[in-house]
Ligand binder design. Structure first.
Ligand code: AMP
Ligand code: ZN
Length: 490
């Protein structure tokens, strides 16, 4: 199955067969959050998409070294090295140390990732923990002749680089086009070229997060951290690099330039980009004011929300759209996902109670193949979900006595449903763990025992009344040869 995986590569703009450099270990780097504020649901979409990708690679049997960084320094408000330092600004606002801001929002980010049942990365390096590596890489870029110093700040020379390597490779743009879309340099600009970006920035006297370097006190530019940390943990060329689409044009383009300038080889074989989560067609972002937080979503405490939605319903909502398509948030879509998620989980529960027959009315092996085909086609989770719904339909049909399944097909169906729902989609049962659900389970066992005794006394009117009363409360009980089962209507 490992041989059939196709990945859409932003660089070649085509789907390519996945051929890892080293069969023993796939290297994957994903740009992580900038921890100066809470992550919003849009950020979560990107991290959950890469969690799906990570999970599927693991499911296929690849060993994966998954590196997702924490940006905790060097991020100025403007994408082009201007504006205040985001951490320092927030620290002042909240009357905290910048590193207290970093700690607070890193912990919050981890809580959110856990709530969404994402697997932790293998390594989660921070920019502040890798200042030496960033200084070292900056030195190498200067030595190779692609950077220059202006009063303690080091700039990458894009036009010089572009003479040897195409700078706009990732977005398929020529330098001239990129220059047209960039504002002219002003009188106070120190850089030589409009597209030049800072590798190292001289700290102003009031700048708190600062480190000593060969060029004086300063701090790293944003892009160098990912180049330095990815090459440290994954090598000068590694398999997969990902992030949101909004990172392509600047951050990832600059990462390629830095690494290529340093090592004279392309850093990444497969560039993968997730599309944006939107609200009424507008990209969710902190600045647009439409970026609600996961906690607001779970509690329903936000003007855009009709009610709260559970983490697994939200995760399932995300799985129903391909990672390269935009996903528009709406209450209706989330409510549909809530129902779909419950339908899948109920079907999986029924798998433990349905009994095999001598023949199968559905082709279970074909269903299993279709699940793999969907995921092998650039991680097409919505097609996978459609196949899993077909699995749920078969399970319900067999349970209702309308279809039959053989023992070996039942085993295949069970392993397929478990593998794709739990391991690959990363869904988990939310209900069975709560104390209320455990209590309900206990109460239902008592009721079914009482009904058994009533039936043993041949008081069928009373046992039917009990069944009908439960049905009025949306609890269906079913008498089968093997005993009585119960389920709650969605
Ligand atoms: P940031 O913390 O702003 O650096 O963003 C973390 C990640 O979230 C990056 O990979 C962004 O591309 C991604 N991201 C930001 N906004 C959205 C959105 N609306 N939908 C999906 N991903 C997003
Ligand atoms: Zn990055």
């Amino acid at each position: 199955m490992q041989n059939h995986l196709q990945i859409y590569n932003t660089l070649s703009r085509t789907k390519e067969k996945f051929n890892p450099i080293n069969k023993g270990m796939v290297g994957m780097y994903v740009c992580g959050p900038t921890v100066y504020s809470d992550v919003h649901l849009g950020n979560c979409r990107t991290f959950i998409s890469f969690d799906l990708i990570y999970r599927y690679l693991l499911h296929l049997g690849f060993k994966v070294r998954y590196v997702r960084n924490i940006t905790d320094a060097g991020h100025l408000e403007g994408d082009r090295d201007e504006g205040d330092d985001k951490f320092a600004k927030k620290a002042k606002l909240e009357q905290l140390e910048p590193m207290e801001i970093v700690q607070k929002y890193t912990l919050g980010f981890h809580d959110v990732m856990r709530a969404f049942n994402t697997l932790p990365p293998s390594i989660e390096p921070t920019a502040t923990g890798h200042i030496c590596e960033q200084i070292e890489m900056t030195k190498q870029i200067i030595d190779k002749g692609y950077a220059y110093i202006v009063d303690g700040t080091i700039y990458f020379d894009v036009e010089k680089y572009n003479k040897e390597f195409p700078y706009g490779l990732l977005t398929n743009r020529k330098l001239e086009e990129l220059l047209e879309g960039t504002r002219e340099l002003g009188g106070q600009d120190e850089k030589k070229g409009r597209l030049d970006f800072a590798l190292w920035i001289k700290a102003k006297p009031e700048h708190i997060m600062r480190w000593q370097s060969p060029w004086g006190w300063g701090f790293p530019g944003w892009h160098i951290e990912c180049s330095a940390m990815s090459s440290k943990y994954l090598g000068d060329t590694f398999d997969i690099h990902g992030g949101g689409m909004d990172l392509q044009a600047t951050h990832h383009t600059n990462e390629i330039a830095q690494s290529q300038a340093c090592n004279h080889k392309a850093p990444v074989n497969y560039w993968m980009h997730t599309n944006m989560l939107t609200v009424n067609g507008v990209r969710m972002s902190k600045s647009a004011g439409n970026g609600f937080l996961p906690d607001e979503l779970f509690t329903g405490n936000h003007p855009l929300l009709e009610k709260g939605y559970s983490p697994m319903a939200v995760r399932f909502f995300m799985m129903q759209t391909h990672y390269r398509s935009t996903l528009d948030f709406s209450n209706e879509a989330l409510q549909a996902s809530e129902k779909g998620y419950a339908r899948l989980m109920n079907a999986i529960k029924l798998l433990d109670t349905i009994k095999p027959s001598s023949t199968s009315t559905s082709n279970i092996s074909e269903l299993k193949v279709k699940c793999y085909e969907a995921m092998n086609d650039d991680f097409n989770a919505p097609i996978l979900v459609a196949n899993l719904f077909e699995g749920a339909r078969i399970i319900n049909s067999v349970n209702d006595g309308k279809e039959t399944i053989t023992e070996s097909d039942l085993i295949t169906l069970k392993t397929t449903m478990h593998a794709f729902v739990y391991d690959v989609l990363g869904l988990k049962s939310e209900s069975s763990n709560t104390s209320k659900d455990k209590a309900l389970q206990g109460v239902m066992e008592i009721i079914l025992d009482i009904r058994k005794e009533i039936k043993a006394k041949k008081d069928f009117a009373a046992s039917d009344k009990l069944r009908d009363d439960l049905a009025k409360n949306k609890i269906t009980i079913k008498d089968t040869k093997e005993g009585t089962t119960w389920s709650i209507e969605d």
